[in-house]
Design a protein around this ligand. Sequence first.
Ligand code: CA
Length: 290
Amino acid sequence: MNIITKDKTIYAMCADNPPALTVTAGSRIIFETLDALSGQITNENDAFDGLDWNRVNPATGPLYVQGAEVGDVLSVTIEKIEIADRGVVLCGKDMGALGHLFDKSHTKILPIADGRVIFSDEIDFPVNKMVGVIGVAPEKSLGAISCGVPCAHGGNLDCKKITEGATLLLPVNVPGALLALGDLHAAMADGEIGVSGLEVEGRVTVTVDVLKNANLPTPMLRNATHIMTLASHEDLDIAVDMSVENMAKYLMAEKGMSLADATMLISLTGNVRICQVVDPKKTARVEMTL
Ligand code: CA
């Protein structure tokens, strides 16, 4: 079995990162992942203010996929997500949607048992496992982009739909694509408003493939029922418009629709959702039934 261990960690996606592993298209690979804080918080008294920010948002990789050439699309199917039995959730001053209401940071370490997150004695809820950071190297001219930033190459998309059974479609900007992923969440809701999901270590099994001449408005996501276009921008309004435009492009290219018909169909059946509003760029998506 192909495996990339969690000591093969990068903090920025970049054309110059040396591959941790090389595989052929169609391969199945396990990525072992650190949590988004590189395991720096081990109890609820650890001061979030003392974090080494250079070790936040690690991704495991990168993976070189043979045959992936510039202009292709990399297909990444999330086969399985295995998570640790506890996770970390944070909020606090200047972080997230309510950061202005806090004067310090707060940390909770929550147990995960029998597929449920134990939030308190009174509250527990089902896990919602997902991959927060997943992307490929950006175009060489863009240099290195921190794994904390979501963009056209993927990155810190923090989209709860990137979960078991889903296939993420990413652009190939450099030979081999250089896929990396990490930042697993045991649970996270649309918005991720407090600045974190339930951050956990774990393992992700994926299958990678290369699509030639695909001409898809990446990043895109498919699952059993929906197709989604994702877009990220500092301004959420613009991220929404970009994700909608990408869906229109997809419908025009793949379904032969006119711009007017695509727009009308999205207006009637495409749900605009928010992935997250707390990263350096905010991420929106449009979901349409297959
Ligand atoms: Ca994240």
